[in-house]
Write a new protein. Structure first.
Lengths: 250, 302
């Protein structure tokens, strides 16, 4: 479902992602983790076509990103749902309008749109806010709207960039269950997070640890691990172990 | 598909209410630009009409000797009307000329005896006539010479001034029309297009976030563009229509402003085709600007 081979990306002379290789199959759940600036968001942006592939190859939902034409982007994005760290919702439009946006883009009949929006809103506890403008909601509620918008389109791949960053622990766990449920329906999920607690709640999930733009650790053989250069360790005098490890494998 | 398109068109109108101040400011800028262009066009149209109306016209100013017998002069005025290519005659008796002079000097109409009591019975001004012709001769120069000589030889005539200036002005204007007017109009159109287009594009910056989100959820370009095209066209159309209403109102206030001697110019309103152009151009430009605003993909960077 998602295949990444030797994917690298630079912003000027800064290497945001270095030689990243991994594969995910249909129904896989991947936690993408690592310190801030490790390249998590860059990787996700590459996977939904917000950044063009500069080096390497990648394919998502059978669409090769390295040869993707600009006009093919809408087709890719209809297969990939994205939950953004900064929500990316329209504050002057209502919750209903925001959640319905991907369905309307697909030209679904109004009755279908209403039915699916209500179902997702109920699952995320937003049913009482459907006619409220999103700008009037709290950060947590806005995040739930963003998640609902990604869920409602029933995508083959769901990418989430720290989706629980603005939510309390209870709601984060509830959302985690929804993501797991979504995975159970057959979707491939990539979930970028710092939270060890969340990762513990899904022990079957795959984990990819990024650091300095490179894959430094992973818990399944489909990922290629690049070891950090030794001189860096000497230079800083410290090593940066992945979470829940003592410097070894996850 | 049609249902989606109709919904997007309706949404285009409805979305104008989402950013009312942006829309009002854009509308004001478009209206002002079209209004200023319209004023410039009115000036051109008025000049064109005035000079076009007198093109090919030649006038002779004929002065009789002071103290000439008025019966004889009036008899000659009558004969002037029978000359070939005659178009008009404006005459002044010495008395009328003195009264006209008094009116100009004192700013009010009164009899010459009241204004110039010391000139009673000793009026030094001659009888004059301004004879206009619109000759359609192959050899205009020869006709000018012969007519001038005929007038000069009339009994009692002291001096004749030919004023072919109007003809030259008309010809100059025709040349200007060929070399200056059309390029000027084209430049004005370009300027109007650029200003209106950029104004509409700037107004779409307020919606850049929305465009980005639509593209992120997989909206094809036409889906994103259609409401914006409706928005741009509506702003252009409304701006053009408002500017025309303002132009008409301004015209009604000032159309007789230049009706005084020696100009006697009547300000002309724009013909229908220019009115239509003043509405169509901002409408099309508004649409083009909206189209170009979504040319890139804000959701895709670097």
């Amino acid at each position: 479902m998602i295949h990444v081979r030797h994917l690298s990306h630079t912003f000027g002379s800064y290497w945001a992602l270095k030689d990243c290789t991994f594969s995910l199959e249909k129904g896989d759940f991947l936690f993408l983790s690592g310190p801030s600036g490790a390249g998590k968001s860059t990787l996700l942006r590459l996977l939904y076509g917000a950044l063009p592939v500069q080096r390497g190859e990648a394919s998502v939902a059978d669409m090769p990103l390295h040869t993707l034409k600009h006009r093919q982007l809408p087709a890719l994005r209809r297969k990939v749902g994205v939950v953004f760290q900064d929500f990316k919702i329209l504050p002057i439009r209502t919750v209903n309008e925001n959640i319905a946006l991907p369905l309307e883009v697909r030209g679904l009949a109004p009755q279908q749109v209403v039915r699916r929006v209500r179902a997702v809103a109920r699952a995320l506890g937003l049913e009482n806010h459907l006619e409220t403008p999103c700008g009037a909601l709290s950060g947590g509620e806005q995040q739930r709207v963003a998640i609902a918008r990604a869920f409602v389109m029933n995508p083959q791949v769901l990418l989430a960039d720290e989706p629980t960053g603005n939510l309390d622990t209870h709601l984060s766990f509830r959302l985690m269950e929804l993501f797991k449920q979504f995975q159970a329906y057959g979707a491939t999920v990539i979930f970028a997070t710092h939270s060890k607690e969340l990762m513990k709640r899904h022990p079957q999930a795959k984990i990819l640890w990024l650091e300095d733009g490179a894959v430094r650790d992973a818990n399944w053989p489909g990922a290629r691990i690049l070891k950090a250069p030794r001189h860096r360790e000497r230079e800083h005098g410290i090593t940066l172990p992945p979470p829940d490890t003592e410097g070894g494998r996850l | 598909m049609m249902r989606t398109m109709m919904r997007l068109v309706r949404q285009g109108f409805a979305d104008m209410g989402l950013y009312p101040w942006v829309q009002v400011c854009t509308l004001a800028a478009v209206t002002l630009m079209v209004f200023l262009s319209g004023l410039f066009l009115i000036t051109l149209v008025t000049l064109n009409h005035e000079l076009g109306a007198v093109k090919g016209e030649t006038a002779f100013q004929v002065y009789w000797r002071a103290g000439s017998e008025m019966a004889l002069v009036e008899e000659q005025w009558g004969r002037l009307k029978n000359l070939p290519w005659f178009t008009g005659l404006k005459t002044f008796t010495p008395q009328q000329a003195l009264e006209e002079l008094g009116t100009r000097l004192h700013g009010k109409k009164a009899s010459s005896e009241k204004l110039f009591p010391f000139l009673t019975g000793k009026n030094p001004l001659p009888a004059t006539a301004l004879v206009s012709f619109a000759p359609n001769e192959e050899d205009t120069e020869r006709w000018l010479k012969e007519t001038g000589e005929y007038l000069q030889n009339l009994p009692g005539v002291e001096r004749v001034l030919a004023t072919p200036l109007r003809d030259e002005l008309g010809q100059a204007w025709r040349k200007a029309g060929r070399y200056v007017m059309w390029p000027t109009l084209a430049f004005l159109g370009l300027l109007l297009g650029l200003v209106v287009g950029n104004t509409v594009r700037l107004s779409l910056f307020a919606r850049a976030h929305e465009i980005e989100i639509l593209q992120l959820v997989g909206a094809p370009n036409w889906y994103v563009r259609l409401p914006l095209l409706v928005n741009g066209a509506t702003v252009g159309l409304l701006g053009g229509c408002l500017a025309l209403v303002l132009l008409r109102f301004t015209f009604l206030q000032v159309h007789s402003l230049l009706q005084f001697p020696p100009l006697f110019m009547e300000i002309r309103f724009l013909p229908l085709e220019l009115c239509l152009a003043l509405v169509a151009l901002p409408t099309l430009t508004g649409m083009a600007a909206s189209y170009l605003a979504v040319r890139g993909d804000p959701s895709r960077t670097m």
